[in-house]
Design a protein around this ligand. Structure first.
Ligand code: ADP
Ligand code: MG
Length: 276
């Protein structure tokens, strides 16, 4: 390859444009830095996430997980750097911009309304309507039909969508929150600590559901400090340490101990970074 070709190839991959296999990554974070005053919460992170991948972002408290997630979901604009979606440069001023680009976020508190049913929780704030303009009314038939489709077909949960969510366990509540994200028909879902408060069984339920969504082509980004859980089902695990992305591991090439070491020291084997 000539020097010009090599430079062009490097330029193409650096710009998030089509790579040699013809497809751009679903998401590309390029040299992203986020500062809050003098604190560098995210420090020059570059990362590609592929379509249908389950990518986990792990790190100790204060490592920058939430900040990076908030950059992807439009809560924070990066101080420096660029986000690409499907190879196209995007700029999010707020979460609606991210949503308009197919990125939905499920926050840790879930923010469900306990005394309302599943369908109402899923479509809260964006009910299907019928009629025109100020005379339009909520189309409940459509709300229930679409909720049922989301819960049964997309999430594989055979539930009565007229059940109030207060009767639900943690795992099922998490799935309703995912259902609410799906109502916007995203191709990327970011989840903040989706299994942190869950029992072993509920964790498995949520994992199986996320696996199913990934198989259907949805890209899943999980922010977590539950290393055991992400080892069990993420495709790749990115480790943040003091704002730096210090390593990316596949579950089969690492273990709990190694990830713990990376998370707490930012390196492996006394200062020697892995060569990948
Ligand atoms: N809105 C903010 N203003 C000032 N500092 C912040 C803000 N958000 C996060 N930080 C700081 O950025 C660093 C990374 O925080 P965060 O992204 O919340 O880490 P994590 O989610 O991994 O625990 C921490 O030092 C934190 O105090
Ligand atoms: Mg956090």
């Amino acid at each position: 390859m000539s020097v010009e070709d090599a430079a062009e190839t490097a330029q193409e991959s650096a710009s998030g444009q089509d790579t040699s296999d013809g497809s751009a990554p679903k998401l590309r974070v390029e040299n992203v830095t986020k500062q809050f005053g003098r604190i560098i919460a995210v420090d020059d992170v570059t990362l590609d996430i592929q379509e249908g991948e389950i990518f986990a972002l792990v790190g100790d408290n204060g490592a920058g997980k939430s900040t990076l997630m908030n950059v992807l979901s439009g809560v924070h604009a990066p101080t420096k750097g660029t986000i690409y979606k499907d190879g196209r440069e995007v700029h999010f001023s707020n979460p609606s911009d991210a949503r308009a680009n197919g990125i939905e976020t499920v926050y840790q508190d879930l923010a469900l309304m306990d005394d309302l049913d599943i369908a109402t929780n899923i479509f809260m704030g964006q009910f299907p309507r019928r009629g025109i303009g100020p005379l339009s009314i909520i189309d409940w038939e459509e709300t229930y039909a679409r909720s049922e489709e989301i819960m049964m077909e997309r999430l594989g949960r055979d539930v009565d969508i007229k059940t109030e969510v207060e009767f639900f366990s943690g795992g099922q509540r998490q799935l309703v929150a995912v259902g609410r994200a799906l109502a916007f028909d995203p191709d990327v879902i970011i989840l903040d600590e989706p299994t942190s408060a869950l029992s072993v069984d509920a964790t498995r339920l949520v994992q199986n559901t996320l696996d199913k969504l990934a198989e259907d082509g949805i890209t899943i980004v999980i922010v977590s400090h539950n290393i055991e859980s992400v080892l069990a089902h993420a495709d790749r695990i990115g480790v943040l340490y003091q704002g730096n992305l210090v390593d990316i591991k596949q579950p089969e090439e690492t273990d709990l101990e190694e990830l713990n070491e990376l998370m707490t020291t930012g390196t492996l084997n006394a200062g020697l970074l892995d060569d990948d």
